[in-house]
Design a protein around this ligand. Structure first.
Ligand SMILES: [Zn+2]
Length: 150
């Protein structure tokens, strides 16, 4: 097994300070498209974790707000199994500082959200597992943190 084939396994998780936005990978497709993968880390690895209802609600809200306005060509937002953040995959090369401002705007929308998009039984695979209040707590913590760009 080649564990080095997964780039994030090579990140020293003891040497990072959350919250941060990290350029995790940049991939050029066979047709020449640039695909950027970002690590949006909300909590300190191996110290603090988001509970599943909070992560699930953040996923629904951010998946919506990141796509609104069409500023970025979003491919996917994926929760990390370690419950410390999300991977965001998108087309094109991006300016991390500019993205940070955009992401803070998205998190501010989370803070003022009154409902959760796609959280009806027919739209979601675990519709009872949501917490808008806890999603707002983690969004607020991210905004107030010293957000590093790596
Ligand atoms: Zn869902």
């Amino acid at each position: 097994m080649n564990k080095h084939i997964v780039k994030s396994f090579n990140l020293d998780h003891t040497k990072v300070a959350a919250p941060f936005i990290r350029l995790s990978d940049k991939i050029i497709s066979p047709k020449g498209d640039i695909i950027t993968k970002l690590d949006l880390r909300f909590t300190q690895p191996n110290k603090e974790f988001m509970d599943m209802p909070a992560m699930h609600t953040l996923e629904h809200l951010l998946a919506t707000f990141l796509r609104e306005g069409g500023k970025y060509k979003i491919i996917d937002l994926s929760p990390m199994g370690c419950q410390t953040g999300f991977y965001l995959t998108l087309f094109d090369d991006i300016d991390l500082r500019e993205f940070k401002e955009f992401f803070i705007d998205c998190l501010n929308k989370v803070l003022s959200a009154e409902d959760i998009p796609g959280a009806e039984e027919k739209e979601c695979g675990n519709y009872k597992s949501h917490s808008l209040q806890k999603a707002k707590e983690f969004a607020g913590k991210f905004i107030k943190g010293n957000i590093e760009l790596i």
